[in-house]
Design a protein around this ligand. Structure first.
Ligand code: ATP
Ligand code: MG
Ligand code: MG
Length: 548
């Protein structure tokens, strides 16, 4: 059920279709190509595409490329890849810059109607004269310029006669409006900047508040969904559509942006992490970008379910990151094969097992999903277990290996620890154990019980691997309040271990996902894994006390 959670925008769409205000739902996802998409964008993508899909409508992908200084084709391409990977196909691919000529012509129309004027105040003067919540703004001297002079100046702005900042085009609205965004907002600015699509054709660029409603109207968007910060701008949105005499009348609806605990949700900060080398690029598996989450091993299905299940809110709140982790486990539970990996190896010699012999043991690939079948794993005299699964002098209730204790090796035999081998510094480097052939897994042995089951890999056949254990990039708890962004960076966001995986994993490829017994879900890193070294990113650990 696509709409089990509350989604007030969906109700609006249903009403609009029923009342006949619209015949078809048309939405758009409008990213600015100034960075990679993050999980907040995923929320907006899911909302826009799923609304249209549910009612057999259409969704455009429109790049809001009106600020050439920060934009780049690298981002244009990455964004398309990310939207497709999330599982959506846009109806049309558009760019705000496709409409620069039409937007210019509509601005000329506004000037002719006396609804826009060229203003020569500096940015600072404009800010000072805008007024405050309690104080009305002051009118710009340019406000009373004649239509002829405005037309002439605007044409010369376009022709490149002026420097950046010398003039702007402003809407003639209301300098005394209680809504500050209606106090003669800027519609065009001069920027002698090369644009990644229009090159040097333009040296004036429309502002978001002007370009966005026009783009929506040109494309016949019916429901233009944006985040709450734009609520005050809605009257301006409607003003632009109506004063520019657009045929279509799209409407703007605002919802609360997604925030997630311990997660940076601003391209500016994410870019800072990339530029300062805190992370290994936009797709670092710790990044909350779509490309980072993909590399980490999050699935599009889990992200879509998360976005749908958290609902669409009208006021800002923060979603617990464990919510997302829950949906990832749910998605991978039945899909990911379960195998054994030893992250911090400790060699175990099974002294009563014949030298030079290897036997193949049967193991199910997913105990909760029989369809995933069985595999065979080798077992011989030397194996690796986890360093943490042995303690020389254990506390009470420690059921794993210690001198004299017997445990079960998953899919294999019971072993008992007989001897501990140490190096000169007293570190445990090897264990000598004995096994009991009677206790073979699957043999039906019931002679005695053991309390601990540990995992292992065969030492001679195991494949070396690197494991990356990932934690949040920033810690944003209450006690951190007042700290700057860079001070909140978690120094332990990446821990690398070198260990072993089962031999049948030699053939895995980037993006393959596994559940490692007791360690959680892991993804084969598609960038750093090669013939030399298998690299796994931990997607999520196995357990959480948290249920959304
Ligand atoms: P940022 O502040 O991270 O740079 P942005 O809003 O400037 O984000 P855009 O590329 O302009 O980034 O966003 C494209 C679309 O994604 C917009 O419609 C915007 O409302 C939406 N969006 C961005 N961040 C979020 C979020 N955290 N939750 C929901 N929607 C978001
Ligand atoms: Mg932005
Ligand atoms: Mg934006």
């Amino acid at each position: 059920n696509k709409s089990s959670s509350s989604n007030f925008i969906r109700h609006i769409v249903v009403d609009d279709l029923q009342s006949g205000r619209v015949q078809e739902v048309v939405t758009r996802f409008p990213p600015e190509p100034n960075g990679y998409l993050h999980i907040g964008h995923a929320k907006s993508i899911c909302l826009n595409f799923e609304l249209a899909d549910e009612f057999k409508g259409r969704t455009n992908l429109r790049f809001d490329d009106t600020n050439p200084l920060k934009e780049d084709t690298e981002y244009v391409e990455a964004i398309q890849e990310d939207v497709k990977w999330l599982g959506f196909q846009w109806d049309e691919l558009r760019f705000a810059s496709d409409y620069f000529e039409e937007m210019y012509n509509r601005a000329v129309l506004l000037i002719k109607k006396g609804k826009a004027y060229v203003c020569d105040l500096t940015a600072e003067q404009m800010r000072e004269m805008r007024g405050t919540l309690t104080e009305p703004g002051k009118e710009s001297p340019g406000r009373n310029r004649s239509v002829e002079d405005n037309l002439d100046l605007f044409a010369r702005m376009r022709a490149g006669e002026f420097k950046d900042g010398e003039f702007v085009l402003r809407a003639k609205m209301d300098m005394a409006s209680p809504n500050i965004s209606l106090r003669d907002p800027v519609l065009y600015r001069i920027a002698h900047t090369h644009h990644h699509r229009t090159g040097d054709d333009w040296c004036i660029y429309p502002m978001y508040d002007y370009a966005h409603p026009l783009g929506d109207a040109i494309e016949g968007i019916t429901h233009s969904i944006c985040t709450l910060e734009f609520e005050d701008h809605r009257p301006l949105y409607d003003w632009v559509i109506s004063e520019c005499e657009m045929e279509a009348t799209p409407r703007q609806y605002e919802f609360a942006r997604l925030n997630v605990t311990n997660t940076i949700m601003s391209k500016r900060y994410l870019k800072q992490l990339v530029d300062e080398g805190v992370v290994d690029g936009w797709d670092d598996p710790r990044m909350p970008t779509i490309s980072g989450m993909r590399r980490r091993g999050y699935t599009p299905e889990a992200l879509r379910t998360f976005c749908r299940e958290i609902g669409v809110a009208k006021s800002n709140s923060v979603v617990d990151e464990r919510n997302l982790e829950f949906f990832i486990r749910e998605d991978l539970k039945l899909k990911a094969p379960r195998t054994m990996a030893v992250l911090k190896p400790l060699k175990v010699v099974i002294t009563n097992y014949p030298e030079g012999q290897t036997e193949w043991l049967d193991a199910e690939n997913n105990s909760e999903n029989e369809e995933m079948g069985m595999r065979q794993i080798p077992f011989s005299r030397e194996i690796y277990i986890e360093q943490d699964d042995f303690m020389e002098s254990p506390p009470k209730k420690y059921f794993r290996l210690f001198p004299g204790n017997e445990v079960r090796l998953k899919h294999a035999y019971f072993i008992t620890c007989q001897d501990v081998v140490k190096d000169e510094d007293g570190n445990v480097v090897e264990l000598h154990c004995t096994y009991d052939p009677e206790t073979k897994s699957g043999s039906g042995f019931t002679g005695r019980k053991v309390k601990g089951t540990i995992h292992w890999v065969d030492a001679s056949a195991a494949v070396p691997a690197q494991f990356r254990l990932l934690e949040p990039l920033i810690i944003d708890e209450a006690q951190e309040e007042g700290k700057s962004f860079l001070e909140k960076i978690n120094p332990a966001s990446l821990v690398v271990e070198h260990g072993y995986v089962e031999p049948n994993m030699a053939e895995t490829k980037g993006g393959d996902k596994y559940q490692f017994f007791r360690h959680g879900y892991f993804n084969v890193d598609p960038k750093d894994s090669d013939g030399e070294m298998l690299v796994f990113n931990r997607i999520v650990s196995l357990k959480s006390s948290f249920n959304p």
